[in-house]
Design a binder for this molecule. Structure first.
Ligand code: ATP
Length: 361
């Protein structure tokens, strides 16, 4: 096994890429640090590499505070980045509001966790969708065309018949229907990328699957690239083609979802899976049964002074001396998925010293 090299992805399917993406939020000075030179910051995202492809869902999984929402906001250009590159169709994009921002939003749309908060309670569905269509120049020339476009949007998110929903206010809809309206509003831009930040976590369990199925249907019919942010790794297996696992601001494992969820390599991914039992799990038992990954217990670390080396090392039962001093690179793992075997390469990697050649596992 070797550490993967950073090679630019050249496939036509790649829509949005991040390379070395970093976001540090400065911390306001307290009385103790007022007269020192020390500048403190929350290291929310560090050196993140991510690729979103047409017609694919990529899940970004991690516990609360690991930096997932910050990644989505950086990709949506809602936050300026500290460093790193964001490329849309291979071209670096940095926008600070205005016309450039609107042009970017036309291609990259975001769906938020709480549809009630993201819809204005004093306006109807018709208002929200008309506004989105007008902003993105897709309202049509006549009122009949506008009406037709509004109906199309609601049909796309399976709110049928559309006339039943168009003049409703957000409070007259269920949580699932509100999230469908948010998705319809995002589709009003006719985007290529959807950044979905915990899109179902505030919905009743019984309707989550319906909304995820809708997103999957849209991915297939509209060939969308979707970033699915979640703390629920079991849903990533069901819904996402690829899964990336994030811990304390850094990606620690990635690969096709089946492999990452059924054969997790990084001790943190194993811990996540152990704490979210999946009755369907196939053959995970072997190596995991005897390895209670959170034996060391503990909490996620401070992101103001993150642990040196691997950020998971203070909680890791496999930690070696090197783990606390040296940052592990991405190590490619042996291929397990059929696709990877056919392609003759592995798409599964883990940033963990356990996978360095010669390391005792
Ligand atoms: N605007 C901000 N200013 C300062 N710190 C921030 C800001 N936004 C996020 N953070 C910090 O950055 C870290 C990552 O936060 P983020 O919201 O991205 O995590 P998350 O994985 O999405 O968590 P959750 O699932 O709870 O939303 C946290 O420590 C958070 O406190």
């Amino acid at each position: 096994m070797t550490a993967t090299e950073t090679e630019p992805v050249t496939t036509d399917d790649v829509v949005l890429e991040a390379e070395g993406l970093t976001k540090h939020f400065p911390v306001r000075r307290g009385v103790r640090t007022l007269f020192t030179r020390e500048r403190r910051a929350v290291h929310a995202v560090d050196d993140l590499r991510l690729t979103l492809r047409r017609g694919r869902v990529t899940a970004l999984v991690g516990e609360s505070g690991s930096g997932k929402s910050t990644v989505a906001r950086l990709l949506a250009q809602l936050y300026p980045r500290t460093s790193g590159d964001i490329r849309l169709h291979g071209k670096t994009v940095t926008v600070h509001g205005g016309r450039k921002f609107r042009a970017y939003c036309r291609q990259v749309q975001m769906i938020f966790q709480d549809p009630f908060a993201s819809l204005n309670p004093v306006h109807t569905v018709r208002y929200h969708l008309t506004r989105a269509l007008k902003i993105h120049g897709r309202a049509g020339k006549t009122s009949a065309e506008l009406e037709d476009n509004l109906n199309q949007l609601l049909l796309r998110v399976q709110l049928t018949p559309p006339e039943r929903y168009l003049d409703k206010f957000p409070h007259e809809l269920s949580g699932g229907q509100r999230q469908r309206v948010s998705i319809a509003r995002a589709l009003g831009a006719d985007p290529e990328v959807l950044l979905a930040d915990e899109p179902v976590s505030m919905l009743d369990v019984s309707i989550r699957l319906g909304v995820l199925n809708l997103l999957r249907d849209l991915k297939e019919r509209l060939n969308l690239a979707i970033l699915y942010i979640t703390h629920d790794i079991a849903s990533a297996r069901y819904f996402a083609d690829e899964t990336m696992v994030m811990y304390a601001g850094r990606l620690v494992e990635g690969g096709d979802s089946e492999t990452v969820t059924q054969h997790p390599a990084h001790p943190y991914t194993r811990l996540l899976i152990e704490s979210a039992p999946d009755p369907d799990r196939l053959d995970r038992v072997g190596d995991l049964k005897d390895a209670p990954e959170d034996e060391a217990g503990g909490e996620p670390p401070s992101l103001i002074v993150p642990p040196s080396g691997c950020r998971f090392h203070p909680r890791c039962i496999h930690a070696m001396p090197k783990c606390s001093t040296e940052l592990p690179p991405r190590f490619e793992l042996s291929p397990r998925s059929e696709l990877a075997v056919i392609a003759g390469k592995s798409d599964h990697w883990a940033a963990c010293w356990l996978y360095e050649e010669g390391a005792a596992k």
